[in-house]
Structures are given as C-alpha cells and as structure tokens.
Write a protein that binds this ligand. Structure first.
Ligand code: SAM
Length: 371
C-alpha cells in the first residue's frame, strides 16, 4: 500500500478553490447533504399548520386490502456482505456530489465541459480516478455491509416489527413522524408508516434495513494525510470513501429489489435511472427529512445487530463510525417517495415521545430541527 508516496501532492495553493476555502467547501457540502438532499427541496411555499389529529385523518390513502400484492421476500433476517468488490462499487458511483465536495457546481459528466469550472473539474476528476485506481488495485478499503428484511405492519404512525412471519408477537415498535403542514387541501400529510400495510388490512408486509461502510481504513488514511499537512489528499480520500459508500448503498438496494426481497425481479435500470431514483420503493435514512430523528438508527442497529456483525458503531450522538457509512430502511411500496416532515407541533412532540418511550425533554433534543 503506497498511496502515501505515489499520490503526488498536486494542488499547491490549498487555501482557495474558486474563492472558497477548500476543506470548508468539501465538508460544508457533506453537511448540506445531510440537511437538504435534493429530493426534499420541492415543497410548495404556502402551508397551513394542522393538529396531529387532523393530520392523521389526511394520511396517505391506499386501499391495502384490495390493491396491495403480497411479496414474500426471499431473505427473511439478515445477510452480511464482507469485503465487497470495489470494482463493482466503482461502476455505481454517482460523481456529481464529488464535484460539489470540491465546491464545483454542476452535474457530471456535463461539468467537465463547463466553461467556468471545467478545468478544475477535469483536474480533480482525473486525480480522483488515479487515487481510486490505486485504492482498488491495492485493495486499500474493505467495504462491509449488512441488509435485513423483517415481517412488518403499521399501526397508527408506528411500524411494528414481528418476531417471526407468524406475526403473533411484536418484537419492536418503530415510531415515525407525520407531516403537520398541509400544503394542498387535496394533499396528504405523510408519514413513512403510511407505506407499510396496516396490521388490520390483513396483508403481510415487510420492512428492510441496511448499514454499509466503505471500509475501516478510510478514517485512518484521512487522518494520515491531515497529520502530514496534506489537506488536499485527505479531502480526496474522504470524498472517494463517501462516493464508494453511497455506491454500495445503491448496489445493495438494487440487489434487494431484484433478489433478496424480489419485489421487482425484472427491473432494468441504467446508472442514470438509479441516480434519478427511478426504481420502485425508497431507502429513507434516519437524519434525513422524512425521518429526521437520528435515534432511529438505534432501531436499525439493534434489529440487524449491526455493531456485532459489521463493526460499524454508533456514538452517543448517533453518528456512525467509520464516518463513511450509510444506514437506512427499505420500503417496497410502489407509491412511496421521499418527502420532508417539516415542522411538527407540541401535540406530536408529546405523542412521539410517548411512542418512543422517552421523556418529552429527550424527544425535544432529538427533534429540535423540526420543532
Ligand atoms: N446518488 C446519491 C449519492 O451517491 O450521493 C445518493 C445519496 S443521496 C444522499 C440520497 C439518499 O439520501 C437516499 O437514497 C436516501 O437514503 C436519503 N434521502 C434522501 N432524501 C430523503 C428524505 N427526504 N428522507 C429520508 N431519506 C432521504
């Protein structure tokens, strides 16, 4: 492993890239991504705030009893993926956020031709490719991940996970939030729980989960470059590790749809289709707008025994370690989509705290961004 020596320190003027501090722009982007993923942006402006009681009356309407088709997943329980092939992950990389990480605006591949940023974009892209070649050839990262699929139904705004597919015993109750801002009188006030068949529909439904990391080596390598004063390469490693882990989430989600859950076995989508999320179902991630409570990661980690099986850990703030890790739920509903919870009221805060079995003060801490 010789990345330290062979990757040259090419960017001499580190403090500025298009007038923005380099590190800040890279890390700032990651922060933005957490708070405002592109899919959550399209919200009409005017909204009427309604009570939780009224919001529940406007839940997403779907006639599960008549219209939902049960698909029994091929995998019930968990599956671990060790040392996943980096060459496969490379093919699934969405490069656009890589450029945003460098503070360069535009979409890949068009950005490489853009008048203003094209030169810089080509430079970081080529150097990123070189580093990625080396990471892959030298097997410097060992991506590891886990997926799980569990018998589930909804009850109110909770998702119930059953101990087995006999569905006699509820093993876990995962509370979800609901929108309380009515943006359109005909519209729904959504909760992710709406995408899971209600227990009283008599339909068997499932909830999936995943947690992936691009490798346990990444943070050490980032630190190594930092300690050498080589900010350029430390940012480059971080951005590549983030690209690889997002690609890993994409690859496993595809495998879940086509094989492990198998609710869309004939899916044929291009890389662009995947980036545009044209598949059936969603993989909402705790901390993102449809489920802003980071503590929901605790449910995923407990359900799948993520720490024991993969080594990925959660700290007291529910941040994952290694840093280049991603976790989320899988939902198969063909009308499911990403949305933002938006602001919630005191009524929901109290109700949510009760359902999550925590004090309202504790819930307030985690839900601060939506209060
Ligand atoms: N192609 C992108 C990439 O490589 O960076 C995919 C990652 S991007 C952060 C999109 C992911 O964020 C989704 O797959 C989902 O896990 C999560 N996400 C986006 N919008 C969300 C929302 N409103 N609620 C919950 N999760 C969301």
């Amino acid at each position: 492993m010789d990345i330290h020596h062979s990757i040259r320190y090419k960017l001499t003027k580190l403090d500025n890239l298009w007038g923005k501090p380099l590190i800040k722009s890279a890390l700032g982007f990651l922060g933005d991504k957490q708070q405002q993923p592109p899919s959550a942006k399209k919200q009409p402006r005017k909204a009427t705030f309604i009570s939780l009681k009224d919001a529940r009356k406007k839940r997403f309407y779907y006639n599960y009893r008549e219209d939902s088709v049960e698909v029994i997943p091929q995998l019930l329980g968990v599956k671990v993926f060790e040392d996943f092939d980096l060459k496969i992950l490379r093919q699934y990389i969405d490069w656009t956020p890589f450029f945003h990480g460098w503070g360069l605006k535009g979409r890949f591949p068009g950005i490489l031709e853009k008048e203003k940023v094209g030169r810089e974009a080509n430079r970081v892209f080529n150097e990123g490719q070189e580093m990625l070649d080396e990471i892959i050839e030298e097997k410097m990262f060992t991506p590891k991940g886990i997926i799980g699929i569990f018998p589930a139904n909804s009850e109110g705004d909770d998702i119930l996970i059953y101990a087995s597919d006999r569905r006699k015993k509820v093993h876990r109750r995962i509370p979800m939030l609901r929108q309380q801002q009515l943006r359109d009188q005909e519209g729904f006030t959504l909760s992710l729980s709406d995408y899971i068949a209600p227990a009283d529909s008599g339909k068997r439904d499932y909830l999936g989960g995943f947690a992936v990391t691009s490798g346990f080596e990444t943070d050490g390598l980032v630190q190594h470059f930092k300690s050498q004063g080589d900010s350029y390469n430390s940012v480059m490693v971080r951005l590549l590790a983030d690209r690889l882990v997002e690609a890993f989430a994409e690859v496993l989600h595809e495998a879940v749809r086509k094989k492990y859950w198998g609710y869309d076995p004939g899916e044929k989508l291009s890389q662009t289709d995947l980036i545009k999320e044209r598949y059936k179902g969603i993989r909402p991630a705790p901390g993102y707008p449809a489920c802003p409570d980071h503590t929901l990661k605790g449910h995923l980690f407990d359900l799948m025994k993520v720490e024991r099986r993969t080594g990925i850990t959660l700290n007291d703030s529910y941040a994952m370690n290694p840093a280049s890790s991603v976790a989320g739920f899988y939902m198969a509903h063909d009308r499911s989509r990403y949305f933002g919870i938006g602001k919630i009221g005191e009524d929901q805060l109290r109700d949510y705290a009760r359902r999550a079995s925590v004090d309202p003060e504790e819930a307030e801490k985690w839900l601060a961004p939506v209060l």
